[in-house]
Design a protein around this ligand. Structure first.
Ligand SMILES: [Zn+2]
Length: 724
């Protein structure tokens, strides 16, 4: 029944929706960020209550560490700041910026901004992932507080307030222009912006309704258009440049100028576009009343510690970010050497414009540092860090860390301690040689997160297929939605498994070149070495599918199930294989399990409905098809399925009505055209029957429907003869 051309009685039953998914096009580098939890659909699992408790624990502990009093009020007496411009440059390593000491790239605009303002030599992000990091910048809080722990499936909730909501309440016109779908408004980072421009350009090629990113030039064009027509009054604009993020693809002339170094080429290009933005603001005559904050959301590992991009590790390659602040009251040419955190940006901006923040902020204003009035309080000299990406994407342990100017302690199955002053590349683990320091930081970290950090459950959430596809095209490939996740560091240590990634990446490249025989042994090796990695199973199964080894493909999914790392996607694919083999009972179990993991998985729901139909459970099948009717993209197949059920019940007129709705919604549902023609014939509507059968025989692909096309043509001839 999967292959289209078969009959049930006199009716052709060929499920137009192909049960076997097409081999997925390998998506470049396996930069895989997880797609759990799309809370616009499913509410956040980690309740705000719990997060508030955690935050309280953190604040109490850190207050104890510091035993100091936080500054009250705005703590900033400088000249009047009317406007605020926040620029975040995605994936920009601090040490790839000219003013941070890098000689091999031209970043003249960043450098001149630093020359007229203050540069922070040691700014850090709490998380090496785009969406969580921006949520931290925009709320002044850590990910475990604001709840956006990972990419895709996490949404910023109504609380805490964002920088934009507070500035908007403070009378600012607010606008944001972002460079990628990773910051789509559906993830909640649009809160408080009057204008939120996340329009990506349409895709040049199918599939995909839009591109997942746009160049800095387009982002600046849109920003300048807004600036030119903005309402009178003070404004806050956030501009996000995505260009340095992989895939590295600088436009000319930067591609030629940085041949062989496309990451640097993207940085130089972005700097040039930053220049356009700064120039436009200068031309408006408001530069001297505008506070500029330019920073990155995280860095890029570029192969350090075995990681090519970012997300897996908490080393400085990905955690150390550039931060430059310039504007009224900011001393020119100043460099602050102490460690500062990106969660300090929001309180710093609020202090500059004298807008109160409420008491939820975990970052503190940097104005005492900027104005040379004092140092940070001791509790603010600790930076907490985390990444759950290894756990959610690769089945490895999540990581947590605490960093000071001198030290970084990383909590992992095998813990790490680095003296950043003597070992800035974090290559000599000092856990055993500096036992007292290790113990001190362990206490800080466990106190900050509390016992809750050891039984924190994250529940996988759903994400629309098109969003999954968009993120995948940026390298954020996940194996799908899996089991609820317990953050207990019980999985393999990422640093002990990261050496498998080059083989995995090579296999993905081979698959992209259709060299499956070369990819296969690499994937077999990584699965063997890392048997609880869902992504490795999925790719191995794709590879078997590509060489038509159905048996090995089925066994690969079954092994993933045995190791308890199955996802909605895997179970749906396993179910499809069982469906093809007409093993309906086992297929049904697989689809039901997929739907338990992700009730929004439309493909699984459709396939379950087909399975139930084949098992003769028409009532249950219809119920499943009716559920599908609620999914916009699957309504056509749902009407088709209900039509088939009506046929089985010998309710031909009703069947015709369902088929009619199916082809209206989806004119390429060829099975529905065929069956509609037959139905009309049987209820005596000859003219309609001929029209539908002609539509079918003209449009249906002959290789897919050889028999049905013959039958249709024969019937058309008969009907036309009968007419004459
Ligand atoms: Zn990013």
């Amino acid at each position: 029944m999967v292959n289209g051309d078969r009959t049930l009685g006199r009716m052709s039953i060929c499920w137009i929706a192909k049960n076997k998914p097409a081999p997925e096009v390998p998506l470049g580098k396996p930069r895989l960020e997880h797609l759990f939890r799309m809370t616009s659909i499913v509410s956040m699992c980690v309740r705000t209550q719990r997060l508030s408790t955690l935050a309280t624990i953190l604040l109490i502990l850190l207050s104890c560490v510091g035993c100091g009093k936080r500054p009250q009020g705005f703590g900033h007496d400088a000249a009047v700041v009317e406007n605020v411009v926040l620029v975040t440059i995605d994936t920009l390593r601090a040490d790839h910026v000219g003013c941070f000491g890098y000689q091999s790239v031209r970043t003249g605009h960043l450098d001149s901004l630093a020359a007229r303002g203050t540069r922070f030599a040691q700014a850090v992000t709490p998380v090496p992932l785009t969406l969580p990091s921006h949520a931290s910048i925009l709320t002044g809080t850590y990910p475990f507080f604001h709840g956006v722990r990972d990419m895709g499936g996490f949404v910023l909730q109504e609380s805490p307030p964002t920088l934009a909501t507070l500035l908007s309440r403070g009378g600012f016109h607010t606008a944001a222009f972002v460079g990628s779908v990773t910051l789509d408004h559906r993830y909640g980072v649009n809160r408080g912006f009057d204008t939120y421009d996340d329009e990506m350009p349409p895709a040049e090629a199918q599939p995909g309704p839009r591109k997942p990113e746009r160049r800095a030039g387009a982002v600046v064009d849109h920003t300048l258009a807004w600036l030119a027509t903005r309402p009178v009054g003070k404004f806050f604009v956030w501009v996000h440049f995505f260009d340095p993020h992989s895939p590295y693809d600088p436009p000319q002339p930067f591609r030629a100028q940085y041949a062989g170094r496309p990451y640097d080429g993207e940085i130089a290009y972005t700097d040039a576009q930053l220049g356009r933005l700064l120039e436009a603001i200068r031309d408006q005559g408001v530069s001297d009343r505008t506070l500029f904050v330019v920073m990155a959301d995280h860095g890029e590992s570029l192969g350090e510690h075995g990681e090519s991009t970012h997300g897996i590790f908490l080393y400085d390659a990905a955690m150390h970010i550039p931060l430059i602040i310039a504007g009224p009251g900011v001393p020119a040419g100043q460099v602050i050497q102490g460690q500062v955190r990106s969660i300090a940006v929001m309180p710093t901006i609020l202090a500059a414009v004298k807008v109160t923040s409420g008491d939820h902020l975990q970052g503190v204003s940097l104005w005492p540092l900027i104005e040379g009035r004092g140092d940070l309080f001791p509790e603010d000299r600790f930076a907490l860090m985390e990444t759950i990406y290894p756990r959610t994407h690769l089945g490895w342990s999540e990581l947590r860390a605490v960093r000071t100017k001198e030290w970084k302690y990383i909590q992992a199955p095998q813990e790490e301690l680095y003296n950043l002053l003597t070992d800035p590349t974090e290559s000599r683990n000092a856990v055993k040689s500096d036992v007292a320091v290790t113990q001190r930081f362990k206490t800080v970290l466990s106190g900050a997160l509390g016992e809750a950090s050891h039984d924190l459950m994250l529940h996988p959430s759903t994400i629309p297929a098109e969003v999954r596809q968009e993120l995948a095209s940026l390298g954020y490939v996940s194996a799908g939605v899996g089991q609820p996740i317990k953050l207990d560091q019980s999985r393999p240590d990422p640093k002990m498994r990261v050496d498998l990634l080059p083989s995995f990446e090579a296999a993905i490249t081979f698959m992209g070149q259709q060299q499956y025989e070369r990819a296969l042994p690499l994937l077999q090796t990584v699965v063997k070495a890392d048997p609880t990695n869902p992504l490795f199973y999925l790719r191995l199964a794709f590879c078997y599918q590509s060489v038509n080894n159905t048996d090995a493909e089925t066994k690969t999914y079954e092994r993933a199930v045995q190791h308890h790392v199955e996802t909605d996607e895997m179970l749906n694919r396993l179910g499809n294989l069982l469906l093809e083999a007409r093993n309906y009972r086992r297929a049904r179990t697989a689809f039901e399990r997929a739907l338990q993991l992700n009730p929004e998985h439309g493909e699984s729901m459709k396939n379950l409905a087909i399975c139930l139909f084949e098992l003769g459970q028409l009532q249950e099948s219809e119920k499943a098809f009716r559920t599908l009717l609620e999914h916009g993209s699957t309504q056509g197949p749902a009407h088709y399925g209900i039509g088939l059920i009506r046929l089985k019940q010998s309710r031909r007129s009703e069947a015709a009505s369902e088929f009619q709705q199916a082809v209206q919604l989806d004119p390429k549902l060829w099975d529905a055209w065929f069956n509609l023609g037959i139905c009309y014939h049987e209820i005596g509507k000859r003219q309609e029957a001929v029209r539908c059968l002609e539509e079918f025989s003209r449009g249906a692909p002959p290789e897919q429907f050889p028999q049905s096309i013959k039958q249709a043509r024969a019937l058309i001839t008969r009907l036309q003869k009968a007419k004459s």
